[in-house]
Design a protein around this ligand. Structure first.
Ligand code: 9MR
Length: 370
């Protein structure tokens, strides 16, 4: 399989991305250059980012950059089950409403993430799930939450990370407490309940591990396409697929043709596609910051160019805006303990090469129909 990322890192892509290195930092940070969302809108796309609630409360400098660059936000944790329903008869919306308020004041749209996931479950939940109880518990949560946010969210990630072909279940479904209690039907019930209670939010199935031409991801792409075909055949009201895009700058098996075919296959089923959690980890790259930034940017650009070429892709969200805070520093620590540089702004909130890469990919994307 052809390795496009390596070609881009070593060749023309790197030259393109180093082109702006000579520009003085002050000029690069100038607010006169439109933010990523404005650039996306020019192509009929959107750009946005995940916001952790601690930033809302503690980092006004960071948060000031969010409306400059974004047209959409998503709670990094605040809309997950453990926060919204911490006890069986207790729903708490304060944290999520904090983000809703921030977004409303700045005219940003909001994605809900996520109604059903096997992680971020409160301790009480899994032990309560049985054949007899699970459907009632699921529909109560989804109905209550979707009614609460009725008509205020642009999207809902209705189910998150439901696939794991290694678990050897039908359709490659992940072994979760939901699957054990309800079988594959839990996915249908989640989409149907969301559609019935908040029909204007785009209903998304969100998944990771579909980015590279490696065997386990090949299997996952195949499983995802089969699952989507089956959901569509049963008239389950799914409308879109979220591709998380947690990328790895050291991964050479980035094949643009494979990616592009995959996204086109989703589109051919009448579904749209959202890039939901883009970031690029560098824990396998050498320490030197300028070369790390070039490699990260080239990798993001190669991936985005292949995906944004498909008109069914409606927008791009990154999983955080600035390197000041990323889950990757906990999950994939670098051996040298340096912080990672996975996001469009550096830790001082300056636009960096990853920002240039996203802007360049948006600029070369075909314009979406109005
Ligand atoms: O980045 C999120 C981290 O702060 C949370 O602790 C964690 C559990 O709620 O979830 C992380 O976000 C995940 C997202 O919800 C789904 N895709 C993978 C993300 C990174 O783990």
């Amino acid at each position: 399989m052809k390795s496009l990322s390596r070609r881009l890192i070593l060749g023309g892509g790197a030259a393109l991305l180093t082109g702006s290195a000579a520009a003085p930092q002050a000029a690069r940070s100038a607010t006169a250059v439109p933010g990523l969302h404005s650039q996306a809108v020019a192509k009929g796309l959107f750009f946005g980012t995940a916001v952790d609630h601690t930033l809302l409360e503690e980092d006004t400098a960071y948060m000031a950059h969010v409306p400059r660059e974004c047209g959409m936000v998503v709670g990094e944790a605040s809309f997950k089950w453990e926060h919204l329903q911490p006890a069986p008869n207790k729903f708490v919306f304060d944290q999520a409403e904090g983000l809703m308020g921030f977004a409303a004041r700045r005219h940003l749209r909001v994605r809900g993430h996520t109604l059903v996931w096997h992680e971020a479950m409160p301790d009480w939940l899994a032990p309560q799930l049985s054949r007899a109880t699970a459907e009632r518990i699921l529909t109560t949560h989804v109905r209550t939450v979707t009614q609460h946010f009725h008509r205020r969210l642009a999207h809902w990630d209705v189910v998150n990370e439901v696939l794991k072909p290694e678990d050897n279940n039908p359709f490659g479904l992940r072994e979760t407490p939901w699957l054990k209690a309800m079988g594959a039907r839990y996915i249908d019930v989640a989409f149907e309940t969301c559609a019935a209670n908040d029909p204007t939010a785009l209903r998304v199935l969100n998944e990771y591990g579909t980015d590279y031409a490696v065997p386990w991801e090949e299997k996952k792409r195949g499983a995802l396409l089969n699952l989507l075909a089956s959901l569509k055949a049963r008239n389950v009201p799914i409308q879109a697929v979220g591709l998380q895009a947690h990328l790895d700058a050291s991964q050479v098996a980035l094949d643009q043709k494979v990616l592009n075919n995959f996204v086109n296959s989703i589109a051919a089923m009448g579904l749209s596609v959202v890039v939901t959690e883009l970031d690029v980890r560098d824990n396998n790259l050498p320490a030197d910051v300028p070369s790390r930034d070039v490699a990260i940017a080239a990798h993001a650009k190669a991936w985005l160019d292949a995906v944004l070429a498909c008109p069914a892709v409606s927008g791009v969200m990154t999983w955080g805006l600035s390197d000041r805070r990323s889950w990757l520093n906990e999950k994939y620590k670098r051996a040298d303990a340096l912080p990672q540089r996975p996001l469009p702004l550096d830790a001082d909130l300056r636009r960096k090469k990853m920002w240039d890469a996203i802007a360049a990919s948006l600029a070369s994307a075909p314009r979406r129909a109005a």
